[in-house]
Ligand binder design. Structure first.
Ligand SMILES: [Zn+2]
Length: 78
């Protein structure tokens, strides 16, 4: 049962990563310069992620940032 939960978590994370990548690709930000270090936690941003263009946060901090934006939008709709 625990393996099922972990498998589901891994599948969900893969889906979220694929969705985030697709979103970035649609934004056509390749001409924008990415930061080498995250503006929130100061760790190095993965070069593969930097190649997307206009990247300011590491994957983890971007997830938190996107969740904050989502929650603010949800509150605004109430
Ligand atoms: Zn970060």
């Amino acid at each position: 049962m625990r393996a099922d939960i972990l498998d589901n978590a891994v599948d969900l994370q893969a889906t979220l990563n694929a969705t985030a990548l697709e979103h970035q690709l649609k934004q056509n930000r390749f001409h924008l310069v990415s930061l080498e270090k995250c503006i929130d936690c100061d760790i190095e941003i993965d070069p593969t992620r930097q190649a997307l263009g206009g990247v300011e946060r590491c994957t983890e901090c971007e997830g938190f940032h996107q969740r904050e934006i989502f929650q603010k939008r949800q509150k605004a709709l109430r």
